[in-house]
Design a protein around this ligand. Structure first.
Ligand code: AMP
Length: 431
């Protein structure tokens, strides 16, 4: 199947060619005809499937006719990164058309956004909070919206945007086309979708599981050895463009800093950075200036960088859903990727749930020549001292999942000096 059969405007065909897309992805195959037919869509698809073009192309097709200079499409996204990514896709796919889009999100000055709105746009790509602010201040007229897209709806609800979404729904005409995309479909999201969509066509791509093009491996390791393991891995393996996930912003910042000290071309991407700093980190990663990006889950939403070869979960994510999202960053659209996850003893429960989702056991691996037996540094009894040492060595002190270090004294004294590898094998052997 080729893009030709959608009978898209020739200017859009040129845009698609400019992107280097040869054939539509499965979600594009299914969704584009439905959206072109003006029907509502419930799209269950993770990032990396090509879902952005699946709604952007039909929107651009609609905008080739009818009035300009009024907001006819509103795309609501949970994060600025996703909003920027969508805006860029519109810019590239719609390069030869007259349609213009603007991104609206918080954390940056309003002035540029207001100027762009005043110049006249047909598409707004927005995060909910700033959209409502600028609407309340009278800069945005949503009464001409013909298409409303809610992208990554599950994530918007996770982030507490549901009340804002309900407000936005009151501002757009009830007579409109609605496209609702979500990677997962828990009951609350299903109810939201049911309340918004009119007779929708459901488009579901794959099971809600990590992309099949990704191979997964677990690296059992004690918490205090994670950084050393990562450094050894980066030295030993042919790892290309790599995204490393940590549990907290501080861990992301500190780990990136330590990698740079060890001469790796690394940068952090975390929520405490300004929008400009985040954009610089992302641009650097995209251009190849950095080949390692150390990110938190929230900051990494919407990262659209091609050719990510490895995702390394330095810290296990909190949920299976978060695992899926992280892994969705590699192995995108038919490209192979590898996902390495550092697991501590406490992570085993989640590991089992991820394995259930994948439908197979994930291989446990051990890095050749790596000393898994280095004991954990002495802990202090004084809580203030522990706090301080935690800051100096955030890979150990930042979390408070007590007693989770494999091979530590908490395992009944058998820990130190006993090869951890044997312990790990024994544990995995019982499964
Ligand atoms: P998305 O799921 O929309 O975030 O898209 C993931 C990546 O796939 C982006 O880098 C897109 O540019 C790329 N992509 C989208 N559609 C296609 C296609 N038909 N062929 C090749 N790559 C595509």
């Amino acid at each position: 199947m080729s893009f030709e059969q959608f009978s898209l405007d020739s200017r859009l065909v040129r845009g698609v060619e400019g992107m280097g897309y040869e054939d539509p992805t499965p979600i594009q195959e299914q969704a584009i005809p439905v959206v072109l037919d003006d029907r509502d869509v419930l799209g269950i698809a993770q990032t990396g499937t090509g879902k952005t073009a699946a709604f952007v192309l039909p929107i651009l097709q609609r905008l080739t006719k009818g009035p300009l200079h009024q907001v006819r499409a509103l795309i609501v996204a949970p994060t600025r990164e996703l909003a920027e990514q969508t805006h860029q896709a519109i810019g590239k796919l719609g390069k030869h058309t007259r349609a213009r889009s603007v991104t609206i999100y918080g954390g940056v000055s309003k002035n540029r956004q207001i100027q762009a709105l005043r110049a006249g746009v047909e598409i707004i790509v927005a995060c909910p909070g700033r959209l409502l602010d600028l609407h309340n201040e009278g800069y945005i007229d949503l009464t001409h919206v013909e298409v409303l897209v809610l992208d990554e709806a599950d994530r918007m609800c996770d982030m507490g945007f549901l009340p804002d979404i309900r407000r936005i729904l009151k501002l757009v005409p009830s007579q409109r086309q609605t496209l609702f995309f979500s990677a997962t479909m828990p009951a609350a999201i299903r109810r939201l979708a049911d309340g918004i969509l009119k007779n929708p066509t459901t488009v579901q791509i794959g099971m809600i599981a990590p992309a099949k093009t990704v191979s997964h491996a677990l690296y059992p390791v004690q918490r205090h050895l994670k950084k050393a393991l990562l450094l050894a891995m980066l030295d030993q393996m042919a790892i290309g463009r790599t995204l490393v996930f940590t549990r907290t912003k501080h861990r992301a910042k500190n780990l990136a800093r330590d990698l740079v000290k060890r001469n790796h071309r690394a940068a952090a991407l975390q929520g405490n950075m300004s929008q400009n700093q985040r954009q610089r980190a992302l641009d650097g990663f995209r251009s190849g200036k950095h080949d390692i990006l150390v990110a938190t889950d929230v900051a990494a939403r919407g990262i659209d960088v091609n050719d990510i070869t490895h995702v390394i979960n330095f810290d296990m994510p909190d949920t299976v859903d978060a695992y899926t999202h992280r892994i969705g960053r590699t192995g995108r659209v038919e490209k192979a990727g590898e996902a390495f996850t550092f697991v501590e003893r406490d992570d085993e429960d989640l590991v089992r749930r991820v394995e259930k989702l994948l439908g197979h056991r994930i291989e446990r691996q051990y890095l050749e020549g790596f000393n898994y037996n280095v004991p954990a540094p002495q802990r202090h009894n004084n809580p203030n001292q522990r706090q301080r040492s935690g800051r100096n060595n955030s890979y150990r002190g930042n979390g408070n999942r007590g007693g989770s270090n494999w091979g530590s004294a908490s395992r009944g004294g058998a820990g130190r000096g006993v090869p951890n590898r044997n312990n790990s094998n024994r544990r995995s052997g019982t499964r």
